[in-house]
Write a protein that binds this ligand. Structure first.
Ligand code: HEC
Ligand code: HEC
Ligand code: HEC
Ligand code: HEC
Ligand code: HEC
Ligand code: HEC
Length: 318
């Protein structure tokens, strides 16, 4: 019965080929876009110049934004911090950090470099803690911290262009023609910045488990917003790598993975976060069925609760 045999074979063939359909191949996260590895840091417009025109909507909130304040003068800190720092020899000038840990910095001999003190201040105990030996380190900050806590870092010298995080870090080298065509500015409400470009911008600092292919440092070399950060930053998106992270770092890595590996662009950081308002309020109105929610919420027994969690990071030494 050759005809029937053929028909059976065809049917089997259909099933086999349906079965053998490879699972949707994850995308190569490095396959799109550009990078600025090996190129000079752009001569970008600084925050002071941007705020000349944007003072009204942005300026007042910017003054208290954590990005702007990640490194700030010690003289503006509360008394407890200043008292504790008085016992450190060698005149600390700046602090880095927030509620979990503060670190002390001072200008070093060369422009764009800071020395980092080994001892940390713990705001909970109001005491200095950490390394037993108190010392100023001259290369640690540039090599291990600068890329995410300052702006415009030269990948060769590790010198930064501006202290703390400036507009350039997220909006990039904004073309001044944007004043008549706002869609030219990255992250403009009118521009519809693609999801993978948005997550790349945030991930340049908020992925704290990556390594630069070009430098071996924990931050990407000479990232300019608009670039694809994963061309230079090597990051593991495996379940094992996810499981090792705390819920905050994990929801970030999951979101980046969904966008750049799985090609899902319905959700990015800005679906939930408003950077200038320092708010995540809008996340509460999203469907509770998204997998990302489970990082921070339990929904067992039909009850919706928020988990208790601690954020820590070996990259940031806290
Ligand atoms: C890959 C980018 C990256 C690098 C490299 C990095 N940081 Fe951070 N750091 C961050 C981000 C992002 C946060 C905010 C995390 C959050 O709020 O969840 C942070 C937060 C901190 C905090 C504040 C913790 C708190 O909430 O009180 C301190 C202190 C800190 N970093 C110190 C350092 C030091 C010191 C180094 C270098 C040894 C360093 N970081 C390197 C990205 C980085
Ligand atoms: C940490 C990233 C980040 C930094 C740094 C940053 N911005 Fe933004 N900015 C955003 C994002 C994201 C948006 C989109 C709206 C939102 O999420 O708040 C935005 C929106 C804007 C808008 C559009 C107005 C609006 O409210 O939608 C202006 C203007 C702006 N930023 C100017 C600035 C200026 C000026 C600076 C520096 C003083 C700056 N931004 C620094 C991320 C940043
Ligand atoms: C000469 C004045 C001027 C300077 C300098 C300037 N801007 Fe603008 N910017 C404008 C005007 C005008 C608009 C369009 C009107 C609007 O939407 O606010 C605009 C729009 C924007 C938008 C889009 C706003 C929206 O509604 O979506 C962003 C983002 C932005 N600027 C960021 C920046 C950043 C970052 C800098 C510095 C690198 C900067 N601007 C420098 C005048 C300026
Ligand atoms: C240049 C590095 C850098 C970039 C780019 C960056 N962040 Fe941050 N972000 C930080 C650091 C560092 C802190 C912690 C500052 C501190 O408290 O000392 C922080 C804090 C935050 C916080 C907690 C504080 C707050 O204001 O609510 C949120 C949320 C956040 N970032 C979201 C984003 C998003 C979303 C983007 C992308 C649009 C982004 N960040 C881009 C470095 C960065
Ligand atoms: C589904 C919504 C959602 C998405 C998508 C999301 N986040 Fe979050 N994120 C949250 C919520 C909610 C919190 C907790 C806010 C709080 O504690 O008030 C949070 C916390 C954070 C924090 C710690 C804030 C702090 O105060 O220490 C950072 C940093 C952060 N997110 C960055 C990002 C970045 C970067 C992305 C994109 C890669 C992202 N998030 C994507 C909802 C989201
Ligand atoms: C990174 C942690 C984080 C993620 C991810 C997250 N949440 Fe939340 N969520 C919080 C925190 C913290 C609160 C407590 C209130 C606040 O600060 O916003 C909260 C509060 C809420 C609330 C209001 C208070 C309550 O318990 O009823 C709702 C609703 C909510 N989240 C829904 C969601 C949904 C839906 C998702 C997924 C799309 C999600 N959350 C993802 C951290 C998170």
């Amino acid at each position: 019965m050759p005809v029937l045999a053929c028909a059976i074979l065809v049917v089997i063939g259909v099933f086999i080929s349906a079965d053998e359909q490879p699972p949707a191949q994850p995308l190569d996260p490095a396959a799109w876009g550009s990078d600025h590895v090996g190129k000079p840091v752009p001569d970008y417009t600084t925050g002071g110049e941007c705020l000349f025109c944007h003072r009204k909507e942005i300026g007042s909130q910017w003054a208290s934004n954590r990005h702007h304040l990640t490194i700030r003068p010690l003289s503006q800190e509360a008394g407890g911090v200043r008292t504790a720092s008085a016992s450190l020899a060698g005149e600390p000038m700046f602090v880095l950090g927030n509620k979990k840990k503060l670190r002390f910095l001072r200008r070093s001999g060369t422009y764009g470099h800071l020395d980092l003190h080994t001892q940390a201040y713990d705001p909970a105990t109001r005491k200095l803690s950490g390394a037993t030996r108190a010392a100023w380190q001259s290369h640690t900050f540039g090599r291990n911290c600068a890329g995410c806590h300052t702006t415009g870092v030269d990948p060769e010298t590790h010198a930064f262009s501006s202290l703390s995080i400036d507009c350039f870090s997220c909006h990039g080298d904004v073309d001044l023609k944007h004043t008549t065509d706002p869609s030219r500015a990255l992250l403009s409400a009118k521009g519809k910045t693609p999801a993978r470009v948005v997550v790349s911008i945030c991930a340049q600092c908020h992925i704290r488990s990556g390594t630069s292919r070009s430098s071996g440092l924990p931050y990407a070399g000479n990232f300019v917003p608009g670039d694809n950060v994963l061309r230079d930053l090597k990051v593991s998106f495996t379940d094992k790598a996810m499981a090792e992270l705390n819920p905050v770092d994990r929801h970030i890595l999951e979101n980046v993975r969904d966008v750049v590996r799985l090609g899902e662009d319905s959700m990015n950081c800005l679906t939930c976060h408003r950077v200038h308002e320092s708010s995540a309020d809008r996340h509460q109105h999203l469907p509770k069925s998204s997998a990302i929610c489970a990082n921070c919420h339990d929904s067992g027994n039909g009850r919706w609760t928020t988990k208790q969690f601690k954020t820590r990071s070996t990259t940031c030494q806290y």
